[in-house]
Each structure stands twice: as C-alpha cells, then as structure tokens.
Design a protein around this ligand. Structure first.
Ligand code: GLA
Length: 394
C-alpha cells in the first residue's frame, strides 16, 4: 500500500477492514469535476471546458469467492449485494445502488462480466448532488475498478462510454458526455476543451498563479433536476428541428449565434429561441475562453463566467435565486475575476476565480450575503485541476 496515501484512501482501507474482516488488495481514486465554462453544450454537440478536481471518491477492493459484487460505503446506509448470475434482472431503485447495478449491466451487455465476485468499500470527500459530478465520479470509479480487477482491457474511452451508458440506459438521465469524460481523462493543472461532437480533446493549461478556483456549495438540494434536465434536452431538440429545416445543421452546436438570431422569427416559441440562444452563445464563450486562457488573460476569462451565468439564468433558466445570490455577492468582492453556476444547476454550486489573498474575504462575504438572503449556509471548497480516475496502490 502507498505510504503517502491521502486520508481518503486510509478511510477506505479501514472501512473495508471493518466491513469485510480482511485487507483490500487494490485502491482507486475517481475525481469529481468542475465545469469552468460550457454548460448544456455537451448534449448539443458543442464545446465544454471542465477540469477533474482533487476531491472525489475512494475505493478499496478485493476479489472474493462468493460470486457476488458487494459494495458498502460510509456515505450510504444500505449495502448492495449483487450475485453475478442476477445482473441482468436488476432494476433501478433511485438510489446509489443504481450506479453499481447499471455498471454491471454495461459489462454484461458487452459480455465482459468477470467470473469472480468483488468486495468494495467506498468513501469520498465530494458533496453529493451539488453539480460536481459525484455520480460520474462514483460510476466511472466502479467501471474503472471492475475493468482493472477483471482484467477486461477496456481503454479510457470505453470506460467513459460504459459510465455514460449507466446514466442513459439504467438511471434514465439523458446526459451528455462531459462529466464522465472529465472524470476519466482529467489532467493535473489542466482543463479539457472537449468537442462533444467529434470527441477531440485538448488539454488546456490552467495557469492560475495568484488565483484559485473556488467552489461555493449553495446546499440547495437538486430535487427536480432529472426531469428539468430531460425537458431542456427536448427543447433543444425542438429548436434544432426548426434550424435544421432552415440552415441544414445536424446538431445545435453546429449553429452560430448569428444563425440563431437570424432564425428568431421561425422559432415562434420564445422558449425555443432562448434555449438555442444560450447554447450557441455559450459555445462561442468556450472557444473564447480557451483563447484567453492560452494567453493567460484571466480577467477577460472571468467576465465570460459572469456572462455564462446570466445566460443560464435568463435564457436556459436553470439557475435559482440562491445561485444568483452567490454570483451577485461574488461580483461585489474585489479580487474575484468571475463567477457562475456550474453543472446542471437548479441548486448545486458556483465556480469562481478568486485571488488567493482574497479567498478568506470571499468566504466571509459570501457567507454573510447568503445567510441574509436564504435559509442555507454556504460551504466553500478550494480545489485544483487534477488527474482522472486512477489506481492508487500500483
Ligand atoms: C450534467 C450532465 C452533463 C452536462 C451538464 C450541464 O452535469 O451530466 O452532461 O449536460 O449537466 O452542462
């Protein structure tokens, strides 16, 4: 075992030992992700700019002789025990166990199920349901672990596809590919500029120097997010239908902002116009952000974060008053270059670029503004762009 193991993996080892009365054989870490900019563009074949972060999910695992995949966690009460012979009959229950069952079904569908069972203990330091991809972190971690322990030989892109398949085929969330791609392919001190149509990815150095990425968790539970997410997807598809007939594009991310503005009269439902307006403007913001980051123009990049938030609030309508309060409070703090909601929204977190010397003030000013305007307490996380899912003990 790695002596310099971080405390998350030590937790996973002791949790494993007390649960299974043996030592684990292998350890894994799967990060969360923060999307710097490019929201709701992935499902439209557009561009995104996420980073994997140094918080996530830790796994301790060992092959067993009872032909079952047994998963326990200190974050959830129940234990999941799935006999390998019953993988195909599992159904979704709207609980964390869905990600395990769904992952096993992806392996089964591709005839990649192993013959040995596995005991797994899971722990982590990522807030759940907060827009930092705790579910992609968990799922990609499980898929990576199963692949490694069963020696299936899947490459990273296949691990991304299995992990996304769990959401699309089992859980029922018609999400894009951003979260799973970032969690699997993250790179320390980089953000990934991913073309979600071609899946070409560029690792963009994020040289923040005297600045930091700071996440503010609104603690607003994202209750209706699944249905709202799928509804936004339907609206984007409806806007595409109109644009396709007029300008012959195959996906919304292929349209320019000027195309959408030119089609306003055809998009007779104002909601569809607003949705398409957000997607195309956001897509252009991602490409501009990449240019600015390459030139180290952090202040201009920060402005794009504010613009992205306004567009998500007004055109895509996936912000909420609590997230708006956090972004407005950030705007008034000197040393903050930009701030926006991150992830699917309707609760969850904001991401801000803050001067290191201003982080304490950022924390106290946000806490004051937030507790005045809402019944919740904000929680602040400093984070760094990090590597993707990996084995820790080899
Ligand atoms: C969720 C989805 C992603 C992406 C974002 C919004 O995180 O899983 O695919 O669509 O929302 O940008």
């Amino acid at each position: 075992m790695n002596n310099a193991a971080p405390s998350g993996s030590m937790h996973a080892v002791s949790g494993f030992q007390s649960q299974f009365r043996r030592d684990p054989e292998r350890m894994y870490f799967s990060p969360g992700r923060v999307n710097l900019i490019g929201e709701y563009t992935d499902l439209n074949g557009g561009f995104v700019l996420p980073s994997a972060i140094d918080r996530g999910t830790y796994f301790a695992a060992r092959l067993n002789d009872n032909s079952r995949v047994n998963v326990c966690s200190d974050a959830f009460d129940a234990k999941v025990e799935i006999p390998l012979s019953d993988v195909g009959t599992q159904v979704a229950e709207h609980s964390w166990s869905d990600y395990v069952k769904g992952a096993l079904q992806e392996f089964d569908r591709q005839s990649k199920l192993g013959s040995r069972g596995i005991d797994i203990f899971v722990t982590g330091d990522l807030p759940r349901d907060s827009g930092l991809s705790s579910s992609a972190s968990f799922t990609a971690g499980i898929v990576f672990l199963l692949n490694d322990m069963w020696s299936c030989g899947l490459d990273r892109m296949t691990i991304v596809n299995y992990s996304r398949g769990v959401e699309n085929n089992f859980v029922g969330l018609q999400c894009g590919i951003m979260d799973q791609f970032a969690v699997v392919n993250g790179k320390k001190d980089h953000a990934i500029c991913l073309n979600c149509n071609t899946l070409e990815a560029d690792q963009i150095p994020v040289a923040l120097e005297d600045y930091e990425i700071v996440i503010a968790d609104s603690r607003v539970p994202r209750k209706l997010s699944e249905s709202a997410y799928n509804q936004r997807r339907t609206e984007c598809d409806a806007a595409l239908k109109v644009l396709r007939a007029d300008i012959g594009i195959d996906f919304l991310g292929a349209a320019s902002l000027a195309n959408v503005e030119g089609c306003e009269a055809l998009l007779d439902d104002p909601i569809l116009f607003k949705r398409a307006h957000h997607v195309t403007a956001e897509n252009e913001r991602v490409l501009n952000s990449v240019n600015l980051l390459r030139q180290n123009k952090l202040a201009e990049f920060g402005q794009l974060l504010y613009e992205s938030h306004a567009s998500l609030r007004d055109d895509f309508e996936v912000s909420c008053s609590e997230l708006d309060t956090l972004v407005e409070a950030a705007w008034n703090i000197s040393g903050v270059l930009g701030s926006r909601m991150t992830g699917a929204g309707l609760g969850g977190c904001t991401v801000s670029i803050v001067a290191s010397e201003s982080v304490e003030k950022f924390e106290s000013d946000l806490a004051a503004a937030y507790s005045k305007a809402t019944p919740y307490d904000v929680s602040i996380l400093r984070c760094r762009p990090s590597d993707g899912v990996k084995r820790l003990d080899s």
